[in-house]
Design a binder for this molecule. Structure first.
Ligand code: GLY
Ligand code: MN
Ligand code: MN
Length: 439
């Protein structure tokens, strides 16, 4: 199956989901970093999923109500020598049809004048309000003009709906191509973590380890980090989104690395490993590591069809709480501690999230009261942790924390594919046993 066939199949499924609704899915815009410098371009995941077209500003229309040959329309930047000399190649209108199989393509400038005709006859408009301000103002203006026509009895869209209901349930279930790409992202990420651990020595700076890991992503053909790499020595590991990465690594402290690679086609890895900087755990570090690892192993076992993300979280939580009671950092019964949330000064996040084209990927976790059951082809992270920070007050009635436990922060995170058989840990080549962490 060549690449374009993959996108074509996704479009067919999306058009079918849309029924009588017409969808407007914009590409990402370039974003200014400072002055006139821009961040590296990152395509919008919904747009990418349906088009495979990697240019900014484009807009895709999906029009199931139109005749064959007019259902998939692309508006794109025109070819322009000067712009291409400064900023690089553009496919242009002809390339959008010839290479990306749009039924019809137009220059971007024509969007506002053509949109009304394309939407005419659809029952609803599918468009995400609040995310694409430039396109949104045109969509609303054109829709308003169409509504004027409805008062004359013409058939125009009467409602505006977010695309998530149609598109994100498709993205939640990964096909074999996506699983292969996620495997690649996971493998590159795992290899980089292995390298980073081997290179870590007391006296280095967190930033040097960030360099090792991110260089490895690029060396292996990745696009770069999927998100801001977290390289957190010692107490910095207790800051969940620490990205300053600028402190000295000390013997007898731990290093927590949460980093993943994005492939050139935007699939992501998301791995956390925590290990002793000097090569040996202290007894307190080891005790906490054992609890987190046991919690993770218990939780991963529940990544099975028919289970759900909530159950995975609960399994991890039970093992964490049980372990924390055993070492005297919590007091009470497992059930009542969980019910009253009395563990949250030590574990304050959920145990995982969907993973795909977005690191925190799209897709519902619940439908009303009911957790979404896991199915073969879904991919999620499993990432329990314990963070013993001075910043978080101990709840009344819970044991105060002895200094020897303070500032230990440990998280272990893997990427797991649900299969019809046992869970498939895509990141299993990144080692995590106590013995391996002490190598
Ligand atoms: N690295 C982001 C996360 O683990 O969710
Ligand atoms: Mn994660
Ligand atoms: Mn992570």
């Amino acid at each position: 199956m060549n690449n374009q066939q993959i996108y074509q199949d996704r479009r067919d499924r999306f058009l079918q989901e849309l029924g009588p609704s017409a969808a407007i899915i914009p590409a990402a815009q370039l974003v200014t970093h400072h002055a006139d410098c821009e961040y590296p371009f990152r395509q919008n995941s919904d747009f990418w999923y349906l088009t495979g077209f990697d240019e900014p500003q484009a807009i895709a229309l999906f029009l199931p109500h139109r005749p064959l040959g007019e259902k998939y329309i692309l508006f794109v930047l025109q070819k322009e020598t000067s712009a291409e000399i400064w900023n690089g190649f553009r496919w242009g209108v002809k390339g959008a049809v010839d290479n990306f199989h749009a039924d019809i393509a137009h220059p971007l400038e024509d969007f506002s004048k053509r949109l009304g005709d394309y939407l005419y006859g659809a029952e609803n408009i599918v468009f995400r309000i609040g995310k694409h301000p430039k396109v949104e103002s045109i969509v609303l203006e054109v829709w308003s003009e169409l509504l004027e026509r409805s008062s004359r009895g013409e058939s125009v869209p009467l409602a505006l709906t977010a695309p998530s209901a149609f598109l994100h349930k498709l993205r939640l279930r990964k096909d074999s191509w996506e699983i292969q790409r996620l495997r690649e992202a996971a493998l590159i990420s795992s290899n980089a973590h292995e390298l980073a651990r081997q290179e870590t020595r007391p006296g280095m700076n967190e930033r040097q380890i960030q360099a090792v890991i991110e260089r490895s992503f690029l060396d292996q053909g990745g696009r770069g980090p999927a998100y801001g790499s977290i390289v957190a020595g010692g107490k910095n590991a207790c800051i969940l989104h620490y990205t300053a990465n600028n402190a000295l690594l000390k013997d007898r402290e731990l290093l927590l690395i949460d980093a993943g690679c994005s492939t050139t086609d935007y699939y992501n890895g998301d791995i956390t490993r925590t290990f002793p900087i000097g090569g040996k755990f202290t007894s307190e570090q080891r005790a906490i590591y054992e609890i987190v690892l046991a919690a993770q192993n218990a939780a991963i076992k529940y990544a099975l069809p028919g289970q759900n993300a909530e159950e995975i979280h609960l399994q991890a939580l039970r093992v964490l709480v049980e372990g924390l009671i055993e070492i005297g950092l919590l007091k009470g019964s497992i059930d009542s501690l969980i019910e009253q949330g009395l563990y949250r000064h030590l574990y304050m996040h959920r145990t995982g999230h969907w993973l795909g084209l977005d690191v925190h990927d799209v897709g519902a976790y619940r439908l009303g009261e009911y957790p979404i059951p896991l199915e073969s082809g879904m991919v999620l992270t499993v990432e329990p942790g314990i963070y013993i920070s001075d910043l978080t007050p101990v709840p009344e009635g819970q044991p105060s924390i002895d200094e020897r436990w303070k500032n230990i922060g440990i998280r272990i995170e893997d990427d797991v594919l649900v299969t019809s058989d046992l869970p498939d840990v895509l990141t299993s080549t990144a080692l995590k046993s106590i013995d391996d962490m002490e190598q």
